[in-house]
Write a protein that binds this ligand. Structure first.
Ligand SMILES: NC(=O)c1ccc[n+]([C@@H]2O[C@H](COP(=O)([O-])OP(=O)(O)OC[C@H]3O[C@@H](n4cnc5c(N)ncnc54)[C@H](OP(=O)(O)O)[C@@H]3O)[C@@H](O)[C@H]2O)c1
Length: 345
């Protein structure tokens, strides 16, 4: 039997657009393997929306966005006046895929309101957007529970790496005593370039050319992104209600090229390491800092576009997972993974 899962997709940037491409490519496989059809009935970007209960064409949505347009231009059903907020508040669907910007300096809006609204309306939510999770982790989980729906967020930590899924599902029954992670791609890339002998200026420029550096790079370089991801991991995997303010955070901008080069000569590497250590008396110590490590350390081995996480547990040993992510496709695909997890038992 085939099941239609009607999707509202909010945010069609790097991830949302590629998610549409994945739906096009994987549609037949999903139907054959799981009996799932995933029509995108509504889509919204910052300039408007489109809704069609019969389903929008994901290939056309992707083409519009790739050409720099807006979904408001979608033929016949596009609207420049109906916003993403209107779509989520008033249109019918089974699930919200929320892929708008993190916007921590704006209280994680509009993503936070979109997710709250969808959960209250009885829609499942999948999101790679860290902002709402770090600002309101417990509230959103309670809301999902009250309304009998699921909130999945596997894409919020380390791109396409199933760090959350592994920690929450496969470590059940264990106590996770310590988490170590290199969850930020940009800083790992820049540190590798510095180690290769590029100056800070050259490394920044190269990261920008390759699309790894945001217009405002401080979110990555000052360690905010890694700190946010650590907080989500600690809440989700350790079950400890940590907040961003709990993280002792140092970014990589204070690290000179000479320091990185000297480490390389000594057979060591710098990584922006995020760690959480469970305290015996409750809670955890959270830290993000550039850390020199041997190249045979589980995370010291990571290459230039790789991210990883290590879980130290009481009964399952020490488990590491890593991802090589040269493009945003694996991050976009986490939304599909989350949807399958919700609907296929
Ligand atoms: N890029 C990655 O590799 C990656 C990896 C993991 C997680 N994430 C997370 O995934 C989310 C999306 O990332 P991205 O790289 O795709 O971002 P992006 O390229 O900046 O795209 C953001 C999208 O959100 C839309 N948007 C902005 N304000 C909106 C509003 N008020 N209502 C509705 N839509 C709005 C934008 O509209 P316009 O198209 O009109 O500008 C755009 O389509 C972020 O939270 C990010 O942290 C990204």
């Amino acid at each position: 039997m085939t099941q239609d899962i009607r999707i509202l997709l909010v945010g069609l940037g790097n991830l949302g657009r590629r998610f549409c491409d994945i739906l096009v490519e994987k549609g037949p496989q999903l139907e054959a393997e799981f009996g799932l059809r995933l029509p995108v009935v509504g889509a919204a970007d910052s300039r408007g929306s489109a809704y069609d209960e019969k389903g929008l064409d994901p290939a056309q949505l992707s083409a519009i966005k790739e050409a720099g347009g807006t979904v408001a231009d979608y033929p016949d059903v596009g609207s420049a006046t109906e916003t993403g907020g209107d779509l989520v508040a008033h249109r019918d669907a089974d699930i919200l895929c929320e892929a708008s910007p993190v916007n921590l300096n704006q209280g994680a809006e509009p993503g936070l309101t979109y997710i709250r609204t969808a959960l209250k309306r009885g829609m499942h939510v999948v999101t790679p957007n860290k902002g709402p999770l770090v600002v309101a982790y417990r509230e959103l989980h309670d809301l999902a529970e009250q309304h009998g729906v699921q909130l999945r967020f596997d894409g919020t930590v380390a791109g396409g790496l199933p760090a959350i899924n592994l920690g929450m599902r496969d470590l059940r029954g264990a106590t996770v005593d310590c988490i170590e992670a290199v969850p930020n791609l940009t800083t790992g890339f820049i540190l590798e370039l510095l180690g290769d002998g590029l100056s800070w200026e050259e490394a920044r420029e190269r990261a920008r050319e390759e699309g790894s550096l945001e217009a405002d790079p401080s979110f990555d370089l000052d360690g905010w992104d890694a700190a946010v991801k650590l907080v989500i991991l600690v809440n989700a995997v350790m079950g400890i209600p940590a907040k961003l303010a709990d993280v002792d955070r140092t970014g990589i901008t204070g690290l000179s090229q000479d320091t990185v080069l000297e480490a390389r000569k000594a057979g060591r590497v710098y990584k922006l390491l995020a760690t959480a250590e469970r305290r015996a008396n409750g809670g955890a110590d959270l830290r993000v800092a550039p850390t020199m490590m041997p190249t045979d350390h589980l995370l010291g081995r990571l290459g230039r576009k790789q991210m990883g996480v290590v879980y130290h547990t009481d009964i399952y040993g020490t488990i590491m997972a890593a991802i090589d992510e040269p493009t945003p496709v694996p991050s976009a695909a986490t939304m599909l993974r989350d949807i399958i997890d919700i609907f296929v038992r």
